[in-house]
Write a protein that binds this ligand. Structure first.
Ligand code: ZN
Length: 216
């Protein structure tokens, strides 16, 4: 039985969520009227800043987000405390988000397998703690966060939302497959090239600054 991330706070959609502008302008204020229409929503300012950094510099990202917006679908980018885990997509919460997991993408399918909402959970506390341990520079933290967001949002979430059903799944490398041939890594690397965030060649976390110790 697979465990699914479920969103606990449905009521906040449209009030507390912050729309991320497709064109990468400055973040719009929290609590904005009509926020529920935006294709990517988040309540977290650090995640919002990352989404806007990426949108400002990636045409691929902007085009995909605009296309999702035209279809009336959306991604919700959440922190672990905003979600709970259940056994089924709409089941009762049985656990909190695993604190050791870096990020997770969960499409929310209707009974007919159509998908109009995808949840993206980014374990910001885990990423921040790793960078604190490494005494990273702020730019190193931001670059890692942007890499993770590009992989999860552009690599996994937007493909579901562009297609509008579960067939939009963009997979991580299969056993024996070259990582750079996997759907999610190919998409990630296309946007990384625009952002000059390096090219990902493996499926592990080697490409992230958070695993490099500043004081060996
Ligand atoms: Zn992945």
């Amino acid at each position: 039985m697979s465990r699914s991330v479920v969103w606990l706070a449905l009521a906040v959609l449209g009030s507390a969520m912050t729309p991320v502008t497709a064109m990468g302008q400055s973040p719009v204020p929290l609590w904005i009227e009509g926020a529920s229409k935006a294709p990517i929503l988040t309540t977290d300012r650090t995640l919002l800043a990352s989404l806007n950094r990426i949108a400002a510099r990636s045409a691929l990202w902007r085009h995909a987000v605009e296309a999702v917006g035209r279809r009336g679908r959306r991604a919700l980018v959440l922190t672990p405390e905003e979600v709970a885990v259940s056994d089924t997509p709409h089941g009762a919460p049985i656990d909190s988000f695993d604190p050791t997991v870096l990020a997770e993408v969960a499409p929310v399918p209707h009974a007919d397998s159509q998908v109009s909402v995808v949840l993206v959970v980014v374990n910001l506390p885990l990423i921040e703690a790793a960078h604190r341990r490494n005494r990273s520079l702020p730019g190193e933290f931001e670059a890692d966060l942007d890499r993770i967001m590009v992989h999860e949002v552009f690599g996994h979430a937007l493909p579901y939302l562009l297609v509008g059903d579960l067939s939009g799944r963009c997979a991580d490398p299969l056993p024996g497959q070259r990582p750079t041939d996997a759907c999610s890594i190919r998409r990630e690397n296309a946007v990384r090239a625009e952002l000059r965030l390096g090219r990902r060649t493996g499926y592990g976390l080697q490409g992230l600054a958070l695993l490099r110790s500043r004081w060996p």
